[in-house]
Design a protein around this ligand. Sequence first.
Ligand code: TPP
Ligand code: MG
Length: 568
Amino acid sequence: MSGKSTQPMKIGDFLLRRLEEAGVRHLFGVPGDYNLELLQQLQDTGALKWIGTCNELNASYAADGYARLNGLGALLVTNGVGALSAINGVGGSYSDHVPVICIAGSIPLRSIERGLGMHHTMADGTYNHFLDAYAHVTAAHARLTPRNAVTEIDRLILTVWREKLPVYMEVPSDIAYLEIEVPTAPLDLTAPPSDPERLRSCIAAIAERLSSAKSPAILVDADAGRFGLASELMELAKRMQAPVAAINAAKSMIDETFPHFLGIYNGKASAPPVREAIETSDCLLAIGYRPIEVTTGDFTASLPSETIHARGYSVDVGDDNYQAVTLKEVLRGVIDAVPQVVSRAPRRAVAAVAGTHADGSAKLTQVAYWQALQSYLRPGDVLYVDNGTSFVLLGLQLPADCTFVGSINWGSIGYSVGALLGAMTAAPDRRHILFVGDGSFQEAAQELSTILRHDHKPVIFLINNGGYTIERGYLGKSESYNDVANWAYADLPKVFRRDTLARSFVVRTVGDLQKVLNTPNDTMIFVEPIMDPHDALAPITNSSNKGADLDYGPRGPQRRDNQLRPAT
Ligand SMILES: Cc1ncc(C[n+]2csc(CCOP(=O)(O)OP(=O)(O)O)c2C)c(N)n1
Ligand SMILES: [Mg+2]
């Protein structure tokens, strides 16, 4: 049987081959003595392209951004110092359900067996600290040995692929060059087929409810995108003439120009037609719904009690819980089983930033800024948002085929800069636009140099408002702890690449911004809009004010008139 045939191969080469078979073409990270041997194998085989980053945290963000556009991402770090730098980003991949493989070149097996103290360890005679740490932020983890390498490499890659959650692999530095017997056949990534009876019953139960409903609706969370279900969900919505809403972690996963797309559902913070369609639906189909305060308008979301909850491989319908069902197969079956509806008209909620158009010489405000940016967006753009006042982007209506990238659940500032590098590497032919604040940018700024080094040409809008404005809405409206150093941001492309052709702009007025928006994008465009530290749109300040009540309770310090509040 050909599936059982084997061939001799070096462990490192086999790992790189499996990564390639799973669709990984680039590896992000930082070299170290414990992973150089694997890097040399990468270089010698030409299997993958190495993208060195300035630090491992940014590599983890880059692998996450890459995975969101490519379907799978990977990073390579060194023992301990590299692995722990990356763990924040890998934790984010776990929180936001992004399939990332974190590979750490680790202590040689000979040192572990002989109990030799080594650098990048706790020097306490033990070697499992980092493996144990990663157990908490991954779906699977393993340290390779020559005996387990074949089974563990395949187990970890199949796990990351199926679960859409990160995995962690330690490759001891003295085994990557050892030859073992490995399968000749490529890794089979086909999704596990459903149990036939469970699939039939599940489809029948969902179809029966949806068919008899008067106001069916669909609500999607991030898993809809991770499991590649957008086209099935849109087909189902079309067939049932039913509205679809997304929570903000799933922004762009349903094309926002799709006639049945309603808008973002965020509890009381949603547009009224979205709220009504979701909350009063007599049969809501929710995909991968994982409510937290920032996706539910501070827990004001209220789904109908009879909501069908579907996840990647299981579904709850009424009292029944279906296991061993693959959601793609379920949705395909449901599409075939529900009758085509013709009588329901699409309802759309049009998002818009309120305000009037300011004249060109007027000082740039957040209102004028977002109004201008709404018309800058084009079909096919990849849009990144970091935490901060730039969250307004979530409320803009995206043109067709846009992809939104943001760390919504995890919310680690700086994520967007590393993710930009990763996603541009995965999809270099699309236009990429980053919306980031000065505070967030300062966390990951060095990676701008890697973006320039690889000749990427994103458009970067970096709001310089002197600090952490969104945090001023929690606490410390004018406190210095919310200030950051005032960098010459627009000069940074030159600092990070002397011969850069990037076009940089400091923007102070509405007219300045308009000029920038007419600039050709044949080079990187780096825009530094200067804004008032106390300028933020009401949805941002409202959400921060409520967040403070939740975080600090009724006796918290936010009561001392120390918060940025919505302008009256
Ligand atoms: C790693 C990390 N550290 C701290 C925070 C807390 N935090 C959330 S938003 C924010 C401020 C963001 O400021 P900036 O990027 O300048 O955006 P602005 O609101 O000023 O537009 C901070 C510090 C975080 N989310 N992640
Ligand atoms: Mg700021």
